[in-house]
Design a protein around this ligand. Structure first.
Ligand code: SF4
Length: 275
């Protein structure tokens, strides 16, 4: 099988820096004989979560019931309230929130008539929504909660599907609801999407490495499918579907939270026809 690799794939700078910070926090916690925690999943990758667990980092949702130690804030941030709870509880905070997400949270706080566009269940949106009583639009059907005659300033989920964003903005405009986007889908997400499109004509199918819980990864799969290419989400080397080996040329890409060693193992398995 011939593998064509996208020019941009895998860890973005925000994820790479967060993983680095978490590993350093674990080392420091070891030196200080303190427990080390992370708020939920650091990034949307079970492979990364397993690696952090191996370094003694425990996932927790709140300080309640846990001995104070070092707590790493996940890449897509937490609410100000939760951060304050950890501080009150005597935890040392290591903030691994991506700078793009921090900037969006700052813009949201100073925006006039703010609105958030993104998936309500996504950790980033939960963190942003905690900034105040701000409406969240996750589909065109939610637009009914907004009023005509108001100029809304929208902060966009960094990993949102471009087609979903377009459909929300189109419907808003047809309903006479004015929304100005003051942020956009993040550059790293856009870059991986562009790189996938670039090689689509050369390949028969796509292998997209990453987790189902990763919005970035799911969007890459959706884009490949929309281009008429069968696309397979591969979360571990053992989950490569046998049908992928029927293709002669396969495009390889990966979501922004897929670690390098996982991508390389998948590449080797594909090149060696599953062995
Ligand atoms: S995908 Fe974008 S927003 Fe999310 S961690 Fe990476 S750079 Fe930051």
């Amino acid at each position: 099988m011939k593998i064509v690799t996208a020019s941009s794939y895998g860890f973005c700078s925000g994820v790479r820096s967060a993983v680095d910070k978490a590993l350093k926090a674990a080392e420091r916690a070891g030196r200080l004989s303190l427990p080390c925690y992370v708020t939920g999943s650091l990034v949307h990758s079970s492979a990364v979560s397993a690696m952090l667990r191996d370094h003694g980092i425990v996932e927790i949702d709140s300080p309640e019931g846990h001995e104070p130690g070092i707590v790493v804030i996940r890449t897509h941030g937490i609410t100000d309230q939760l951060r304050a709870e950890f501080e009150r509880g005597g935890f040392i905070i290591e903030d691994a929130t991506c700078p793009v997400v921090l900037r969006n949270a700052r813009l949201l706080k100073s925006a006039v008539n703010p609105v958030i566009i993104g998936r309500k269940s996504h950790s980033e949106i939960k963190g942003l929504a905690g900034c105040g009583d701000i409406p969240v639009i996750e589909s065109p059907d939610d637009l009914g909660i907004l009023e005509k005659g108001i100029e809304y300033s929208a902060v966009i989920q960094t990993t949102l599907s471009s087609s979903l964003l377009e459909s929300i903005l189109d419907r808003a405009s047809s309903m006479g609801i004015h929304i100005e986007c003051i942020t956009s889908i993040c550059g790293a997400s856009e870059e991986r999407r562009r790189a996938l499109r670039e090689i689509a004509d050369e390949v028969e199918a796509f292998a997209v490495v990453g987790d189902e819980s990763s919005a970035n990864t799911s969007e890459l799969v959706a884009i490949a499918s929309s281009l008429g290419k069968p696309s397979f989400l591969i979360s571990s080397p053992d989950s490569i579907p046998p049908s992928l080996f029927c293709y002669n040329t396969v495009g390889l890409t990966a979501g922004a939270s897929a670690p390098d060693d996982l991508i390389e193992t998948v590449r080797r398995r594909l090149e060696n026809n599953g062995r």
